[in-house]
Design a protein around this ligand. Structure first.
Ligand SMILES: [Zn+2]
Ligand SMILES: [Zn+2]
Length: 224
């Protein structure tokens, strides 16, 4: 349940530098590393870079030249990723990244379309339009309306386990205060069932949604 996103981010970036050396055309690698550096504080974008360079979608040398945000809901991001040779759709959260496929193939999964509010693939294509016209994804550290760790929006609940979530019982940091042990009567929360129990208690007490105005500044003082 404890997460340390800031320290692992630095490790992640170093790993992506190495992956770029292996996975991208050599003459492009400096420029591609600059693109990466533009997103250095954004854990979710970093996951996309890591996934891309680990599993090159077309199994040939390539590199990310830009990321656009197609949609976002409850900390789930749909990104349009432009590369030297192609354009892809990725679905990403703080915990996971999924390659959906080439942008031109659209979205097949009905559940996913509906999650973001599109009736079907045609509606998605119509609503999104030309990927070249999409706005560049603003790195989350610069994006004041989003939780800088889990990416949830102003007024939405954090991804469970996000260290920015405020404890409804003591107003402290939920991943740090003692309330999670006191309220569940457990010394450790080591199993999924323990976490489910905590989540149920939290929901009874009323989880504190992310507030960009109130919760963000204190967290940023820890930014390194
Ligand atoms: Zn959060
Ligand atoms: Zn507490």
């Amino acid at each position: 349940m404890e997460t340390q996103p800031i320290t692992t981010l630095a490790d992640l970036i170093n790993e992506i530098y190495l992956l770029i050396d292996y996975s991208a055309p050599e003459e492009e690698s400096e420029a591609l590393k600059e693109v990466l550096e533009g997103y250095a504080g954004d854990a979710i974008a970093m996951n996309v870079f890591h996934h891309f360079y680990s599993y090159l979608p077309d199994a040939r040398e390539d590199g990310i030249t830009g990321i656009s945000r197609v949609a976002r809901r409850h900390g789930v991001f749909l990104f349009c990723v432009t590369t030297l040779y192609s354009t892809y759709l990725y679905l990403a959260t703080r915990e996971s990244t999924t390659l959906l496929g080439p942008f031109s193939a659209g979205i097949e999964e009905q559940d996913l379309l509906e999650f973001f509010g599109w009736r079907d693939d045609d509606h998605f294509r119509e609503a999104v339009g030309d990927p070249a016209e999409l706005d560049e994804h603003i790195p989350m550290n610069d994006s004041r309306d989003l939780c800088p760790v889990c990416g949830t929006g102003d007024g939405e609940f954090h991804a469970f386990g996000c260290p920015v979530e405020i404890c409804p019982w003591c107003d402290g940091q939920l991943t740090n205060c003692e309330c999670r042990f006191i309220k569940t009567g457990r010394e450790q929360l080591s199993r999924d069932s323990h976490l489910d129990e905590l989540l149920a208690r939290l929901e009874d007490a009323g989880r504190v949604p992310y507030s960009a105005a109130e919760h963000r500044p204190s967290f940023l003082t820890e930014d390194r």
